[in-house]
Design a protein. Sequence first.
Length: 176
Amino acid sequence: MVQVREARFEDAEQIANIHIESWKSTYKDLIDEQDMSNITLENRIALWETILKSPVNGQIALVIENDEGELVGFISGGKERTKNYNYDGEIYAVYLLDSYQRKGYGSKLLQRFGEEMKNSGYESLLVWILTRNPSTDFYRKFGAAPVEAEEVTIGQGTYEETAYGWEDLSELLNQF
């Protein structure tokens, strides 16, 4: 049975693997190869061990398991980091293995994450996406509106990111 649950410390390596595999497949046509090569398994494991051991900014991390109980995706977020926008919550990362995309797994993750954020007192939600990323359609489908675009540096390259948001988190939750 497909299950969304809180991420645990022992999930760090699997989350790191999903992060790298999904990151590379999602961005292979959007980010130069040299800029993508900066991401390593070792630094992603260290990152996720740190996040899961001592979350900061009220960070929430959830994973989704397939029918066999294997991790196939994750989502994490917490307080909006820039404080430049009128949003209190932010999705920091959401990744699914390719073979689980467009099968409802992302929707389940987003729904549970929205519920967790609402239960934690958040009222609005922002997510940054590379502007050319086709996944923007996923967020638009659930009512996210474009907020702002800005340049971001990845490796040696500069890319445009667009923030999408739900001014009222209830608007997102009403989609499910």
